[in-house]
Design a protein around this ligand. Structure first.
Ligand SMILES: Cc1cc2nc3c(=O)[nH]c(=O)nc-3n(C[C@H](O)[C@H](O)[C@H](O)COP(=O)(O)OP(=O)(O)OC[C@H]3O[C@@H](n4cnc5c(N)ncnc54)[C@H](O)[C@@H]3O)c2cc1C
Length: 324
């Protein structure tokens, strides 16, 4: 049941930042994740600050250096359908199309997709787990089939976003506004591993919000996003990979490979990137790269199946992107 809270719709960003800085304030964008969390008592707020009327946080437009600026209130559907996203940042469009259902893509925003709470059934359920200030991670001795195999401990969530890995692969940044002014953070450094701080998912401080996502120029990048899920309907990723590669004469000269469904944050596999950089994507290089990506995997009791799943998926996706 929802607990009582007040609701406010600031008229501009300055007012929104001021309202968000007050104790117990929560931010409401599309509400598709937030309202479920409040209803299920995952956390509570005293005041909800709706940013949905702030025009300055909307829209998608090219930047002067031929990159792209996406307002944090751009819906997932707008990202999926935007011609420039499809033409130059195709893995981001693919990832956006893989998010949830059409209704959720029409309502959910890109900022909300990055900041959504983890889907762990203990965290979302009536378990006072580490992430909620409790003493233990229930997945360790419990049902762990959907938990992480990389970067885990002491909590073993997986990052739920499909768009975040694609944004990391493009070296995108987020612009953040807050009580102390604004700052820019690479999307790769937006997220916090549980080993650093088990109570937070992002580096956003009190009163801070994402105002826009900025992608640098794509300059000859070939990109793809692949998502494997447990069923042929909407679902979060069991395993996924965002690739952004540059080739010269068939040889990989630049590589970003970011895994979803693997870790508590979008997981840049530097081992995979190193394995393919300077190589042609032949069968041998692909097999070595897929093995390298999984070399430090540490599955829990029920999710060892993810290791061969990732290896197979990575091999297929590298072979496909190598063909152009
Ligand atoms: C049934 C279901 C299936 C789903 N499946 C998928 C899936 O397959 N893949 C996937 O990636 N996602 C999936 N999602 C998640 C969905 O994409 C997110 O709920 C949505 O993107 C959140 O956007 P929103 O605008 O509704 O955010 P809200 O619900 O309003 O906010 C979500 C959280 O982010 C914070 N927040 C929102 N905007 C900002 C901002 N600009 N700055 C700082 N904090 C902010 C809020 O305070 C809140 O804590 C699913 C959700 C549901 C309910």
């Amino acid at each position: 049941m929802l607990t009582n809270f007040s609701y406010t719709r600031p008229k501009n960003l300055k007012e929104a930042v001021k309202q968000l800085a007050s104790p117990g304030a929560g931010l409401h964008a599309g509400g598709t994740d937030l309202l479920g969390c409040l209803r299920d008592n995952v956390f509570a707020v005293k005041k909800l600050v709706s940013i949905s009327g702030l025009k300055e946080l909307k829209g998608i437009a090219k930047t002067s250096d031929n990159g792209l600026r996406i307002g944090s209130l751009a819906t997932i559907a707008e990202v999926a359908e935007h011609p420039v996203v499809n033409e130059r940042y195709s893995s981001l469009a693919q990832a956006a199309r893989e998010v949830a259902s059409p209704q959720l893509r029409n309502q959910g925003t890109l900022g909300g997709n990055l900041c959504q709470k983890p889907r762990c059934w203990y965290y979302r359920g009536e378990f006072h787990c580490l992430r909620k200030g409790g003493e233990k991670c229930f997945a360790v001795a419990g049902e762990s089939q959907y938990h992480c195999i990389l970067g885990g401990g002491p909590c073993f969530i997986v990052h739920p976003s499909d768009t975040a890995p694609a944004l990391v692969a493009f070296d995108a940044s987020v612009r953040i506004a807050g009580p102390k002014g604004s700052r820019t953070v690479p999307v790769e450094r937006l997220f916090v591993l549980p080993g650093v701080d088990v109570r937070r998912e992002t580096v956003l401080g009190p009163g801070e919000l994402i105002t826009e996502i900025v992608l640098p120029p794509a300059r000859g990048l070939r990109s793809s996003y692949r998502k494997v899920r447990a069923r042929a309907s909407w679902d979060f990723a069991l395993a996924g990979i965002a690739l952004a590669l540059r080739f010269n004469d068939g040889v990989v000269t630049h590589a970003r490979a970011v895994l979803s469904g693997a870790a508590p944050v979008p997981w840049r596999s530097r081992e995979l990137e190193a394995a393919i950089t300077g190589s042609k994507l032949d069968a041998d290089a692909i097999a070595k790269a897929a093995a390298a990506a999984m070399q430090s995997a540490q599955p829990l009791a029920e999710n060892a199946y993810k290791v061969p799943l990732f290896r197979g998926m990575i091999e297929e996706e590298l072979a496909a992107i190598g063909k152009g």
